[in-house]
Design a protein. Structure first.
Length: 196
């Protein structure tokens, strides 16, 4: 029974992805898993839950979440609001498509968008395509270091979605939303910490 359900789920997912991805597709050539480099991921990831779909990422002062790309560039996200991965709710039923399943990759990606929207120093080095590549690099790093066990198709599907025209529009038109300073004085509903 389980194997029948698993086969059905895989076929349904493959069909769904083949229908959905062309809607996001851009004219550029399709990416492959080998196109992305492995970097180094370290530090603590701290997320506070303030309410439905309202999360605050807090960099740890002693050991901040940091991704070092294969070329040596480092990205250390700062304090910001996040929703994790912007994955359609219909896909949440699949283990590999959780909005928090690849939290470090989603946080780094959101930080690059936050840098752009808020005009933070260094934002001019990035565009939505580079942000998508960096997210895929963090995911691949997590996969290659056995932090997560996922199919390469998942990485490619998520990369395609965040390298889409929809993502570019949000990159170009998104608004800066800085967490209010008074928020730190209030107590969140929950706080989650992960170390890498």
């Amino acid at each position: 029974m389980n194997s029948l359900f698993t086969r059905f789920r895989r076929r349904w997912l493959a069909g769904f992805v083949s229908l959905v991805l062309p809607a996001f597709a851009q004219p550029a050539a399709a990416a492959s898993y080998d196109d992305f480099h492995v970097g180094t991921l370290k530090g603590k990831l701290i997320v506070q839950w303030w309410g439905p779909d309202k999360f605050l990422f807090l960099p740890d002062k002693a050991d901040p979440l940091t991704f070092k790309r294969s070329g040596g560039e480092t990205i250390t996200p700062g304090r910001m609001f996040t929703d994790g991965g912007s994955i359609p709710r219909s896909l949440w039923i699949f283990r590999q498509y959780s909005p928090w399943g690849y939290a470090p990759a989603f946080i780094v990606h959101d930080w690059l968008f936050n840098m752009k929207h808020c005009g933070l120093p260094g934002n001019d080095k990035y565009n939505h395509e580079i942000a998508a590549t960096i997210m895929a690099e963090v995911m691949k790093t997590m996969m290659e270091t056995k932090m997560v066990d996922v199919a390469q198709l998942t990485l490619l599907a998520m990369y395609q979605a965040v390298d889409s025209n929809v993502a570019k529009t949000y990159w170009d038109t998104g608004k800066c939303e800085l967490p209010p300073t008074g928020l730190a004085a209030k107590k969140p509903l929950y706080e989650f910490k992960l170390s890498f």
